[in-house]
Ligand binder design. Structure first.
Ligand SMILES: *Cc1c(COP(=O)(O)O)cnc(C)c1O
Length: 405
């Protein structure tokens, strides 16, 4: 009986391994019963108790589920946290984190925030009396001005999307800690392969694992990683009580994607940087927002706090009339609303991802009708550049020929 019980305990990975090795080995050393090199999908929702007062560690699948647990432990280790929680989507993860806060609490939140997070705060959390101020979280004076006696946390995206604004995580976490505030970082765009906010002082990391972590545009998932015993216990209660947990099969699918995260991120990074440089000198492009370009205001901070750059960036064309024909003439690059997958996707934030953000806020941060966001996939760089330059040229001909008005 004992060995069977122990057979269900999931093992620890070797902490000495570099991140590439830990990613590739997710779940492959954790199944001691059969030695399966991929951790199986335990579809069970109920778990037998060996005898009264005993548990295998698993009782009911909402609380804890074996396949999900392997994923959650991997996520916690990758982000250098103490506990991981897998959720049914990135929004479910954010909602679970936001329920840490109560009536009357105030949050300071990154400007140029993911549209869904803004909607969750303004349409849902506001009904429960949780308010938010949107500021440039890299501006310590601005943070200080936004801070109220009831402020409880700083919610950061770095880089932001689509404008790629960078926040100095170490400086802001330190500031937050001095004032007793939690630092929450949405690390979706960077992934722990390039950036680990908890190592820089953050308390909570959130992911839309639908994006780079999964990486294949085929699984919707969210992750939360917490630092510290008390916070981890509280999050476990919220995760179980709210119940927006990830299914066993989706947990498996996500781990399968995560195994190749290192390889994918390297290619996303090099492709995106090469295209950003190509666009920088293109006559139909007014501005390129990529923190890996030396003239980007966040360049130095980005280099200090992360080991690379994500595969997403934004650019502004010189004339809004180019947007429609560019999107129509792209062949390899799909016009679609997501990011972080192996396939290249182009998004028009003003009408897609940021449609829920009021026009005046959108325009104030710079998400206007000339801005395009590019989630660069892992295709061959020459094919990507050929597709993009072909679409830009076709758009120029249409607009100059008077057909594009
Ligand atoms: C997509 C996304 C989310 C929401 O995640 P879902 O998995 O779509 O629910 C949250 N934050 C960021 C930065 C995102 O890109």
């Amino acid at each position: 009986m004992r060995s069977k019980v122990e057979g269900l305990q999931v093992g620890e990975q070797n902490k000495e391994w570099r991140i590439e090795s830990r990613l590739a080995q997710i779940g492959s050393i954790e199944e001691p019963v059969t030695g399966a090199v991929n951790y199986p999908i335990y579809q069970a929702t109920a778990f037998r108790h060996p005898r009264l007062g005993q548990s295998t560690g698993f009782d009911y699948a909402r609380t804890k589920s074996p396949t999900r647990k392997v994923l959650e432990d991997a996520a916690a280790a990758l982000e250098s946290g103490d506990a991981g929680f897998a959720c049914s989507s990135g929004m479910a993860a954010l909602q679970t984190v936001f329920t840490l806060f109560s009536q009357g609490d105030h949050l300071i939140v990154s400007l140029d925030l993911y549209g869904g997070t803004y909607r969750l705060l303004e349409r849902i959390m506001s009904k429960y009396g949780v308010t938010a101020s949107y500021v440039d979280t890299n501006d310590l004076d601005g943070l200080e001005q936004a801070r109220q006696t009831n402020t409880k946390a700083v919610i950061i995206e770095t880089p932001t999307n689509p404008l790629m604004m960078i926040t100095d995580l170490e400086a802001v976490s330190k500031w937050a800690r001095t004032h007793g505030l939690l630092t929450v970082v949405d690390n979706t765009l960077m992934t722990p392969y390039f950036q680990r906010p908890i190592e820089l002082g953050a308390d909570i990391v959130v992911h839309s694992a639908t994006k780079y972590m999964g990486g294949h545009n085929d699984v919707l998932a969210g992750l939360i990683v917490t630092k510290g015993e008390e916070l981890s216990q509280e999050m476990a209660i919220l995760h179980n009580s709210i119940g927006a947990v990830l299914s066993p099969s989706d947990s498996y699918q996500l781990m399968r994607g995560m195994k190749t995260l290192a390889l994918r991120m390297e290619r996303h990074e090099s492709n995106a940087l090469a295209i950003a440089k190509f666009l920088q000198s293109h006559p139909q492009v007014a501005e390129v927002f990529h923190p890996g370009l030396e003239d980007h205001p966040g360049y130095a901070t980005q280099r200090k706090q992360s080991s690379g750059n994500t595969g997403i960036f934004a650019f502004k064309v010189t004339d809004a009339r180019y947007v429609e024909p560019v999107l129509r003439h792209l062949n390899l690059i799909a016009f679609a609303e997501s990011l972080g997958g192996v396939e290249s996707l182009m998004t028009y934030p003003a009408v897609q991802t940021h449609a829920d953000i009021p026009e005046e806020i959108r325009k104030a941060v710079g998400v206007d009708d000339r801005l395009l966001r590019f989630s660069v996939g892992i295709e061959h760089i020459d094919d990507l550049i050929a597709d993009l330059s072909g679409a830009l040229e076709a758009a120029r001909q249409e607009v100059e020929g008077g057909q594009g008005a």
